[in-house]
Design a protein. Structure first.
Lengths: 220, 403
């Protein structure tokens, strides 16, 4: 995978669409600062408007993994393919987890998000009592509760039926819009993504000259 | 900040532990099943050997060094021996043939012949009893007091007889019973008296005059020598060196060293056996807990990677299995202690009849419970450390998708 140049503006909504195995996940891992690129030219991350950009490339080179962890915790929210909820915490605690870890005071955001996501009545239940769709809503809530700068979602609706998937995806985009959070979504269900007004990242896969490897090039 | 993060890990680990209470319950039952019997085994060893040793240590007869045959010891030599720190009590005795007295009380019609035993302050056989002083007091052994039907404070008349210048002579001595010694101190008919009374009796028997009591006889100024002595060391461990020292200067002695040797050998061997079992048990437990924690890391890989993803540091994740194993160790220890207390109570009740009062067949001291706790925690942490190391190597990106 090669990323010659990629710029994402604050508050932008990005869709990464492609067949599975084309390298979407690899790109997301790199963007979410969990996977170290084998070669880095430049990688900068501006946490909020007007802030100095953080040199992520430098942090990787110096192996400041805990620093990267802190950055992730504070600035990035994740929605996983299948919830990734902690089974021993209630829905309320799951949504509030990132806030708790950041030592943020309790405000109504957890309640508000739950209400917006339609899971207010499930707040004090454990995740295993919820349907798959509800769990995915909880996962979205958790990704947003600490008001990160970016939310990264890898196939957030892959495990849902098409109708639920569409409903949850629109809800997700609405919330992100409302909170003015940058979002990067990887998905192969591009049909309804189109309707949500997301910017597509162009990527193409080609055979390397010697023919032994394929290479995905992403630009945007 | 670090405290805050640790607090969060503790919170999450505790919630996880509680949520999986069935699983957690099995682990701590498994621990209690190893630790409980081990504590009972050690309690039995400690209780049985402890009371055997206790008896040995408490019974002064085990500290006695008894010279065989008769020798010639003067007071200066005895005095010198008394200064040795290993010696608790030493007093000379007179010839045994001259150390008998016939006793008669007003109540009983029997005349009882008793052996007189020299005594003084600090006599281990009369610990906690009144020490007879002067020529008019005595302490009787339980058997003699029973035959004479006397109790403390009663008057007893004693008499000594001799053949002097061809005729039989008998003198009488009014005595006061100041105490009765238990059968454990002297099983036969005996009377503990001051050395002065014994010397007086010997003088009379040998035909010497005793002016203080008005008994006539020969006047003799030869310095007195004693044929033997009563010697008690401070502890049972001093018996061997003192008897060696005495044998070196030609005094043959008799001790109970062999009994002491048997018990301390048994103690050593049982302790070794116990430790072998304890080490096997704890290592086994440590491995099984380690294996289950290790498997837990696999089972919870996704959850742990989610934690990494939301920003937990490598070092924080290590605490996860450590905290959970701490719970298992602490709760398992409590359960094992309860099992021990219950079983120990039952065992001790079964053996009540065979035991002296206050002795327990199965018992542990508070420090033994603490040692058991320490060992359990140590082996649990050892197990958790391996799992924690594994947990720390989970990549945060693993949480993003199914593997």
């Amino acid at each position: 995978m090669r990323v010659p140049s990629l710029q994402i503006a604050l508050g932008e909504k990005i869709a990464l669409i492609g067949e599975s195995g084309c390298g979407k996940s690899t790109l997301l891992d790199m963007l979410s600062m969990t996977l170290r690129p084998s070669k880095i030219g430049s990688f900068r991350f501006r946490p909020e408007r007007g802030a100095d950009p953080v040199n992520v490339a430098e942090l990787w080179r110096k192996k400041r993994l805990n620093k990267l962890g802190d950055l992730r915790r504070l600035r990035i929210g994740y929605v996983m393919q299948t919830g990734g909820l902690l089974p021993y915490l209630t829905v309320r605690e799951n949504i509030g987890l990132s806030r708790r870890l950041l030592d943020m005071p309790d405000d109504d955001l957890v309640e508000t998000l739950a209400a917006d996501l339609g899971i207010r009545r499930q707040l004090d239940k454990l995740p295993h009592l919820l349907s798959v769709g509800e769990r995915q809503r909880v996962a979205i809530g958790r990704a947003l509760a600490h008001r990160p700068s970016i939310v990264i979602a890898d196939e957030p609706t892959a495990s849902l039926d098409p109708i639920t998937a569409e409903r949850i995806m629109s809800l997700f985009i609405e919330l992100v819009d409302e909170l003015n959070i940058t979002v990067i979504i990887a998905s192969h269900a591009w049909r309804h993504i189109n309707r949500l007004g997301l910017r597509h990242l162009s990527h193409r896969t080609r055979k390397k000259r010697n023919g032994s490897m394929t290479e995905t090039v992403v630009t945007g | 900040m670090i405290l805050k993060r640790v607090k969060n890990v503790v919170w999450l680990a505790s919630r996880d532990y509680r949520n999986e209470w069935q699983m957690s319950g099995f682990y701590l039952l498994a621990l209690a099943a190893v630790l409980g019997p081990m504590m009972i085994l050690f309690g039995l060893k400690f209780g049985i050997i402890g009371s055997l040793l206790g008896n040995l240590i408490e019974d002064p007869r085990n500290r006695e060094i008894h010279p065989v045959g008769s020798g010639r010891y003067d007071s200066a030599w005895i005095e010198q021996l008394r200064k040795r720190s290993e010696i608790d009590f030493i007093i000379p005795r007179t010839r045994s043939i001259a150390a008998t007295m016939q006793l008669k009380s007003d109540i009983s019609s029997r005349i009882v012949t008793v052996e007189m035993i020299s005594t003084d302050h600090g006599d281990p056989l009369l610990q906690g009893f009144t020490i007879p002083k002067g020529l008019r007091q005595l302490v009787l052994s339980a058997s003699a007091a029973g035959k004479l039907n006397v109790a403390r404070g009663d008057r007893i008349s004693g008499s000594l007889s001799r053949r002097f210048n061809g005729k039989s002579e008998r003198v009488h001595l009014e005595l006061t019973l100041v105490d009765v010694a238990p059968a454990g101190s002297f099983p036969r008919d005996g009377a503990f008296v001051s050395l002065a009374l014994l010397e007086t009796a010997e003088d009379f028997r040998d035909g010497r005059a005793v002016p203080s009591l008005g008994w006539t006889g020969d006047i003799d100024d030869k310095p007195r020598s004693y044929p033997g002595f009563r010697l008690y060391t401070r502890s049972i461990y001093d018996v061997a060196p003192i008897s060696k020292a005495l044998e070196k200067i030609g005094i043959e002695v008799r001790t109970r060293a062999a009994d002491i040797e048997i018990v301390s050998d048994m103690d050593r061997n049982l302790t070794a056996v116990f430790w072998v079992i304890a080490v096997i048990g704890l290592v086994g437990f440590s491995f099984s807990l380690g294996a289950s924690l290790w498997a837990n890391v696999d089972r919870k890989r996704k959850e742990l990677s989610v934690l990494r993803l939301v920003g937990f540091r490598t070092g924080d994740i290590v605490w996860f299995p450590v905290i959970q194993s701490f719970y298992t160790a602490a709760l398992g220890w409590v359960m094992a202690s309860l099992i021990f207390l219950g079983v120990a109570h039952l065992i001790n009740r079964m053996f009540t009849d065979q035991l002296e009062r206050g002795d327990n067949v199965c018992q542990l001291l508070p420090e033994h419970f603490l040692i058991a706790f320490g060992l359990t925690i140590a082996s649990a942490f050892l197990a958790a450390g391996m799992a924690g190391y594994r947990a720390a190597r989970i990549e945060p990106s693993e949480g993003l998708r199914e593997i």
